[in-house]
Design a protein around this ligand. Structure first.
Ligand SMILES: Nc1ncnc2c1ncn2[C@@H]1O[C@H](COP(=O)(O)OP(=O)(O)OP(=O)(O)O)[C@@H](O)[C@H]1O
Length: 293
């Protein structure tokens, strides 16, 4: 459904994207992960036909994203990283304008989205918070139920409850066969929604992998509080204990959760905290693993 074939864009400052290759079949939710400045937005802008590649190409529905941009845009929902709203409109006026451009006739789904994302469409856009604007952008991308939806950092500015609702919406449309590409710099976010993900760094694809395979490669740190300092010490013999402080142990787990759980089951556990891994750590783990093969 979406194909990138050695897509390259080199800016005059030498930055850009280089030989970006991946393809996304119909009905897949594909994550595009990378730190700030990695090239996610540049790749997405090419897919929407806003930029001409220096070399290579990309296609959606078998159509070239540069030459057939107008045809592609009609059949694709798009949420830009930074939404440029027209001044002086309220949320509903904006959605009606976009709906008109998309030939939207049935407004039931649009209204359901507004109700589920819980925002007041009568608020002037210039008075909206970042999160509210993001909600308007999500409705605009989803409301005509396009075959392909491309989202640049969709959950930035959304609170956890709204992130949950967003994930539900994606799952529902995926079940109907919609294809998604969404960028993020948070592994946790991609993990919750995507089937596969590409990791991009310095404009180059590092890996394209099944989400479960990426999860297996992730090393997670758990901070476990035992009932005594002795217990925390004992567990060192069975698990990868990174540090101990009194009755608390930091334990690293990579893939083998069953061993972690069965070992801890023999102890009296007071608390477990999970440290969210930063994307850089995911990369490091990936490289470590590759280096050790
Ligand atoms: N028009 C441009 N001219 C020159 N350099 C550019 C241009 N657009 C982007 N870049 C550079 O290309 C690189 C990739 O930028 P891009 O916006 O695609 O990153 P990103 O992965 O989307 O980052 P973020 O998570 O910060 O949005 C960056 O180094 C950026 O400074």
């Amino acid at each position: 459904m979406i194909e990138l074939n050695r897509l390259t864009k080199e800016f005059s400052n030498g930055k850009g994207i280089f030989d970006v290759n991946f393809s996304i079949p119909q009905g897949e939710v594909f994550g595009f992960l990378g730190p700030n400045g990695a090239g996610k937005s540049t790749t997405i802008r090419h897919l929407m036909g806003f930029m001409k590649p220096s070399s290579g190409s990309a296609s959606i529905f078998g159509l070239d994203t540069w030459k057939d941009a107008a045809k592609i845009q009609k059949r694709t929902g798009y949420l830009p990283g930074e939404i440029a709203f027209l001044d002086g409109m309220d949320g509903m006026e904006f959605l009606k304008l976009i709906g008109g451009m998309r030939g939207l006739k049935q407004t039931n789904y649009r209204d359901e989205l507004i109700q589920r994302l819980q925002f007041d469409v009568k608020t002037p856009i210039r008075k909206m918070s970042k999160g509210m604007k993001q909600k308007v952008g999500i409705v605009a991308a989803f409301m005509h139920q396009p075959e392909v939806i491309i989202l640049d950092e969709p959950t930035s500015g959304l609170d956890p409850l709204m992130q949950r609702i967003f994930i539900d919406l994606v799952s529902e449309l995926k079940a109907k066969g919609t294809t998604f590409l969404m960028s993020s710099h948070s592994f946790a976010e991609i993990e919750r929604t995507c089937d596969r993900a590409a990791i991009i760094k310095d404009g180059k694809i590092v890996v394209v992998e099944d989400i479960h395979a990426l999860q297996q490669k992730q090393r997670r740190l758990f901070e476990v509080t035992f009932s005594s300092a002795e217990e925390a010490e004992q567990v060192k013999h069975h698990l990868d204990v990174v540090s101990i402080s009194d009755n608390r142990a930091e334990i690293a787990v990579q893939g083998d959760y069953n061993k972690f759980i069965s070992t801890l089951a023999a102890y009296e556990i007071r608390n477990i905290d999970i440290h969210e891994q930063h994307l850089e750590e995911v990369f490091l783990n990936y490289y470590d693993r590759e280096a050790s093969i």
